[in-house]
Design a protein around this ligand. Structure first.
Ligand code: PHE
Length: 354
């Protein structure tokens, strides 16, 4: 094989295996170029001085060709590997999860975030309550209509006084449990399920409330009003929230106030904010001295305010659903439409709404 054919074959070697084969055939122990080099020893000086440089040049040319083809093939292989192993780092790590966060859970998280910022801890109590925590300790007299069968779900089981246990009708018993469990000052919210025997478009036998309780020294209704105003502004993410406190009656607060939030019309729709009309959103008041005393605290030393509101109702107002029953139907289309993405965690800095 002449030199040019040999170099051409090397330069066209299709892969590293074929190239190595050519190296063995030429520069290997019994390769053709090695064989030529071996002939030098048998030559006389005159012939060697002519043939020697030619053979050496051939060896060098073959060696150079092998080296450069090897480099080229290796570069090609690297390119091919890089092309197949490419990762697009801008792609999401995983497909979005199929489920969604229920509006009630979302709103509870939003409320916890808002009140945590105001220094409130989250407290909990049992959904199966005894008569004393749900009623008596809250100064709800025997004759109070809230005790009537049409509102309260009674269980067959009785407490140690022989009174039937109840499904708690509100989150207010958590006020009692919290005051009994830890000394003031107290600042808590208590979100959770409550039960009343009632069912229509705006009432379901199970719904959600959130209770607020502050017990400290020198607490007055100004603190209550500021707290509610601050909370409602943060929750609805509007500065034009107007609230109105209407004198009312709850056995466990004195004085008591129902809190209305003002609404106005925007593009033909009613939205919270402004004061064209009023919607009742909260029950509240100064914790009744009898309730404070029932928990073993001295009402002359400790005062406080409490409030309670419907979580479902707040969700309806903020996110525009109009039938409460749909909250608990588990209809996937509704959940997809009104649900929240699992990673949308409410934060005050990012806006508590989604
Ligand atoms: N527990 C009351 C209800 O369910 C709401 C409320 C809570 C009112 C705390 C005043 C103070 O309607």
């Amino acid at each position: 094989m002449d030199r040019d054919t040999l170099i051409a074959r090397i330069s066209a070697a299709p892969d590293l295996g074929a190239l190595d084969q050519l190296r063995v055939e030429t520069l290997g122990k019994s390769g053709s170029v090695t064989a030529l080099l071996k002939t030098l020893g048998a030559m006389d000086a005159a012939t060697r001085s002519v043939e020697g440089p030619k053979i050496q040049a051939l060896r060098e040319a073959v060696s150079d060709a092998l080296t450069s083809r090897k480099a080229a093939l290796e570069a090609e292989a690297l390119e091919a590997r890089l092309a197949t192993e490419r990762l697009d780092l801008s792609l999401p790590v995983e497909a979005a999860p199929a489920g969604s966060v229920h509006p009630v859970s979302q709103v509870m998280d939003e409320l916890a975030e808002i009140f945590a910022d105001l220094g409130f801890a989250v407290a909990e109590g049992p959904e199966i309550e005894d008569d004393w925590h749900n009623f008596s300790a809250l100064n709800i007299p025997e004759s109070h209509p809230a005790r009537a069968m049409q509102d309260t779900f009674y269980l067959d089981q009785v407490d140690e006084h022989g009174r039937p246990l109840v499904l708690r009708t509100h989150t207010s018993p958590v006020q009692i449990r919290t005051m009994q469990a830890s000394p003031p000052p107290i600042r808590i919210i208590a979100p959770g399920r409550v039960y009343r025997s009632d069912s229509d478009a705006t009432h379901t036998p199970m719904f959600h409330q959130i209770e607020g309780l502050v017990i400290d020294k020198g607490i007055h209704m100004g603190h209550l009003k500021w707290t509610l105003e601050t909370f409602l502004k943060a929750f609805f993410e509007r500065d034009d929230i107007v609230i109105r406190l209407r004198p009312s009656y709850f056995p466990f607060t004195e004085p008591s106030a129902e809190v209305d939030i003002g609404w106005s019309t925007e593009k033909g729709r009613r939205v919270v904010g402004g004061s064209e009309g009023w919607l009742e959103v909260l029950g509240s008041g100064m914790v009744h001295p009898k309730v404070i005393a029932n928990c073993g605290l001295d009402p002359d030393e400790w005062q406080g305010f409490a409030f309670g509101t419907g979580v479902d109702r707040l969700a309806m107002l903020k996110y525009g659903m109009n039938d409460l029953r749909a909250f608990f139907d588990g209809d996937l289309r509704w959940l997809k439409h009104y649900g929240f993405r699992a990673l949308d965690v409410p934060t005050l800095s990012g806006g508590v709404g989604a």
